[in-house]
Design a protein around this ligand. Structure first.
Ligand code: URA
Length: 233
């Protein structure tokens, strides 16, 4: 189902569709992510090579001051041909040490969230808005998000997922260039700017660890994401 038909269908069944027209244009991304179909996927070896090269660029990146504080940059991990791209905020202390996203307590909960959808961690690709840990896990600054933005855009371009799952406010707002509170973003279907790639927003697993009663809402979001993935919405 293409993005326009999907949006029409969503409107018909009474689901609010949010997409600022100016954000849907190619000019906001700086490159073309329109053709994110599996058919256009790169040959496996070429994909490996390109992602490995991108990862090596991230490991030595010094585009913002965060490189001064990192132990390891965290490029992302998982299936390079994944249908699902999971995007969090930034590495925490354990991720910084290991060079892998979501390996702490929030990571364990993320694995459980994925399993509830029948997905193993290794089947999806997991990354973050920022590839380096901000000191004391503070919120990312705008210049840091911008400095890292091109890496994420290239990851999306290469992996060509079918759905993006944005975890938490920082991921959702930065991906969709929005200032809407996450509670209001949930439950709606969005498109990654300049593409017909659906983005589903849900709470961050670290927030769920602090507020476990919100897990029900996350389950609803995950079911919504699955329905979008299956073309049912
Ligand atoms: N929180 C995130 O957003 N990303 C990680 O990799 C770990 C914790």
């Amino acid at each position: 189902m293409n993005g326009i038909r999907q949006h029409q269908y969503l409107k018909e069944i009474g689901i609010t569709v949010w997409l600022e027209r100016k954000l849907a244009g190619k000019e906001t991304t700086g490159f073309n992510v329109k053709s994110v179909s599996k058919e256009n996927r790169l040959l496996e070896t070429e994909l490996d090579k390109n992602l490995d090269y991108l990862s090596s660029q991230v490991q030595t990146c010094n585009f913002c001051e965060l490189h001064k504080f990192r132990t390891k940059a965290v490029f992302g991990i998982g299936n390079k041909n994944a249908d699902w791209l999971v995007i969090g905020e930034a590495p925490g202390v354990e991720e910084d040490l290991k060079g892998e996203p979501f390996v702490g307590r929030a990571g364990k909960l993320l694995n459980a969230m994925l399993l509830s959808m029948g997905l193993q961690r290794k089947e999806v690709f997991i990354t973050n808005i920022l590839k380096c840990r901000p000191p004391k896990n503070r919120d990312p600054k705008l210049d840091e998000v911008e400095a890292c933005g091109n890496y994420l855009r290239q990851q999306i371009e290469l992996i060509k997922p079918k759905v993006i799952l944005a975890l938490g406010r920082i991921a959702a707002q930065n991906l969709l260039k929005s200032t809407t509170p996450i509670g209001k973003m949930r439950g709606n279907s969005y498109l990654y700017p300049g593409s017909d790639l659906p983005v589903v927003v849900t709470y961050h697993p670290a927030y769920l660890l602090r507020s476990p009663t919100e897990k029900r809402k996350v389950w609803e979001d995950l079911k919504f994401a699955q329905n979008i993935f299956r073309g049912l919405i």
